[in-house]
Ligand binder design. Structure first.
Ligand code: CP
Length: 305
């Protein structure tokens, strides 16, 4: 594997292999302790992050490797006008693999034009977030035992939520997955995903504004934050930001086996009381993110134990 820009760069066999490696790492962490000795991961984050950057760095450290990088554009020579292409070409001289987040959709495609080492898209604008999707797929696999035959409700900002876009693309390749898109009209799943992803794959889906009506049929509820940073107009954000707030009352008619996921960070869309519910799996989802990124780093560096 050269670069990972989009979840569709991976076949379902690739995903199965990464999940199997992540599960083996969880079972046998000592086996992987020195797997990346003398290797370096650069994290180039032009946009804020807690989970993605720190889980990549933690993953590389647990593999015995080292990390370098920056967590905001202003602490790099981007502030002096350097291009993404020149930055990535430069960092290729220092690191064996790069994880890059950028606020502009498509920036990773510019990066790979000059990169001399593998590049991982750690989120580009409202476009894609493939390593969050790998995290989500590992979570679903661990919680349900399979990536097939379930109904998932994707709730919130489906227009700008890049994690939703990547997850829909991934799940559309598995058998028996039904999708319920729950959003206000202004934040519906983009038409290009319906025409380019869902319809060609023959995926069964519905769109609704009502979380209450959708809830009883769901096996997985995937909640997302309204993406303030992608709005052109603050008034629209304020009007829409609290459209859905999952609280204990909303879960009364949910299945007892429901798996509640969220890529995080959350703002108001899940109340803290829900954290005590055993169906809330979003912090476990965070934990899985480190293991799948360990598996990905190994795979992209061609290290097979
Ligand atoms: N899920 C996710 O991408 O979180 P961060 O923005 O904190 O990296």
């Amino acid at each position: 594997m050269q670069h990972l820009l989009n979840i569709t760069d991976l076949s379902t066999q690739d995903i199965d292999r990464l999940i199997a490696t992540a599960e083996d790492i969880m079972q046998n962490p000592e086996k992987y302790r020195d797997a990346c000795r003398y290797k370096k991961l650069a994290t180039l984050f032009f946009e804020p992050s807690t989970r993605t950057r720190l889980s990549f760095e933690s993953a590389m450290m647990e593999l015995g490797g080292n990390v370098l990088g920056f967590s905001e554009a202003n602490s790099s020579s981007t502030a002096k006008g350097e291009s993404v292409g020149d930055t990535v070409r430069t960092v290729s001289c220092y690191a064996d693999i790069i994880a890059m987040r950028h606020p502009k959709e498509g920036a990773p495609y510019a990066a790979i034009q000059t990169a001399q080492v593998p590049v991982i898209n750690a989120g580009d604008g409202g476009h894609n977030h493939p390593t969050q999707t790998l995290t989500d797929l590992l979570t679903i696999h661990r919680e349900r035992g399979s990536l097939e035959n379930f109904t998932i409700g994707l709730c919130g900002d489906l227009k700008f939520g890049r994690t939703v876009h990547s997850l829909v693309a991934a799940l559309s390749r598995y058998q028996g997955v039904k999708m319920v898109f729950i959003s206000p009209p202004e934040l519906r799943i983009p038409d290009y995903i319906i025409t380019n992803v869902l319809e060609p794959a023959g995926i069964s889906y519905v769109q609704t504004e009502s979380l209450e009506e959708a809830m009883p049929q769901l096996d997985i509820l995937y909640v997302t934050r309204v993406q303030r940073e992608r709005f052109f107009n603050e008034a629209d954000y304020i009007r829409l930001k609290d459209t859905y707030i999952v609280d204990p009352d909303k879960l009364i008619h949910a299945k007892s086996s429901l798996v509640i996921m969220h890529p995080l960070p959350r703002v108001n869309e899940i109340t803290p009381e829900v954290d005590q519910d055993p169906r809330a799996r979003y912090f476990q989802q965070v934990a899985y993110g480190k293991y799948i990124r360990m598996a990905l780093i190994l795979d992209m560096l061609g290290i097979h134990l």
